[in-house]
Design a protein around this ligand. Structure first.
Ligand code: DVN
Length: 275
């Protein structure tokens, strides 16, 4: 017999009210826990898991070993005290075969170049190789006394010379340029006054490493827009020509950005017809 039947009506209503409130409270707690759990599980993939996933896109590499060689460059260090040489073990752990005649360098044309090499597999940029792919468009750094990889609060590209990220790109750019061979292509920006900027990685690291015993030609593709700011007679391009190792033939061609985009988007068009 339910004892509740003996309670006066007022008390019976109060007990029912307490019961309903308790059920609602439990339900709300379950919902809050589910949301927190969902958000936790949906957390951005960790830097390391992104690195490993991207590394595994390339066959024949020991990605855990490559990760270890990469993180030793900056973990536990002042993020402004990471010279480019700190990444030497990473380079040693990541040997790659250069695509002679298909290597593409670039400066101030990042999005256009990568759109092109993504849609047309005739050229290979550094960022299309394992060396560049694993951390492209990412930022990272370490901190003294910590074994963690941080992806926020890291010093910016120009904040300090031996900057964790900038030193990485200088080191891998050097490795990429050191093995450049055959016809080398460089896509430069014809919409700026100095397509060959003396502070750029292309100028300070890569061009200096083109060796005439391997590189036969440097073909500059100067991407132009309607504004036509510069052309192949630009003074900075003359400097580029002078800086080239003797014996490397230099060529420059102005190509409209629209023409490159149209060629990128047409799978039938062979690369050779893009410029
Ligand atoms: O040949 C390419 C490629 O091989 C690469 O490894 O180096 C060459 C491109 O470097 P670059 O000649 O210095 O060309 P950019 O366009 O001046 O700089 C390349 C990238 O470095 C930029 O796209 C920036 O990357 P982000 O922010 O777009 O992902 C980065 N960078 C250069 N100067 C920077 C900077 N980032 C922040 N502040 C700056 N001052």
């Amino acid at each position: 017999m339910d004892r509740g039947e003996f309670l006066p009506p007022e008390k019976r209503r109060r007990r029912r009210g307490c019961l309903v409130l308790s059920v609602v409270a439990v339900l709300m707690l379950v919902i809050v826990l589910a949301v927190v759990l969902g958000l936790t599980l949906r957390q951005e993939p960790s830097f390391k898991s992104t690195f490993i996933d991207r590394c595994e896109e390339f066959e024949g590499y020991n990605c855990e070993k490559i990760w270890g060689a990469f993180e030793q460059a900056y973990v536990g260090r002042d993020p402004c005290q990471v010279p480019m040489e700190a990444y030497d073990p990473f380079i040693a752990a990541t040997p790659f075969q250069p695509a002679c005649g298909r290597m593409m360098f670039w400066s101030k044309t990042k999005d256009l170049v990568h759109d092109f090499t993504e849609k047309k597999d005739c050229f290979v940029t550094l960022e299309d190789t394992l060396l560049g792919r694993v951390v492209n468009d990412l930022t990272w750094c370490g901190k003294e006394g910590s074994s963690e990889t941080f992806t926020t609060g890291c010093p910016g590209w120009t904040y300090c010379e031996n900057n964790t990220v900038r030193s990485f790109w200088k080191r891998v750019s050097a490795a990429f340029a050191d093995v450049a061979c055959g016809d080398v292509t460089a896509m430069l920006n014809g919409s700026i006054a100095t397509p060959f900027s003396s502070e750029s990685i292309f100028a300070t690291i890569e061009v200096k490493r083109f060796n005439s015993s391997r590189v036969k030609n440097l073909n500059v593709i100067l991407v132009t827009q309607e504004n036509f700011v510069t052309n192949c007679t630009n003074a900075s391009l003359k400097s580029l020509q002078k800086e080239l190792d003797e014996g490397i033939k230099y060529n420059c061609k102005e190509v409209a950005e629209a023409q490159i985009n149209e060629c990128s988007s047409d799978p039938q068009k062979p690369c050779g017809s893009c410029w």
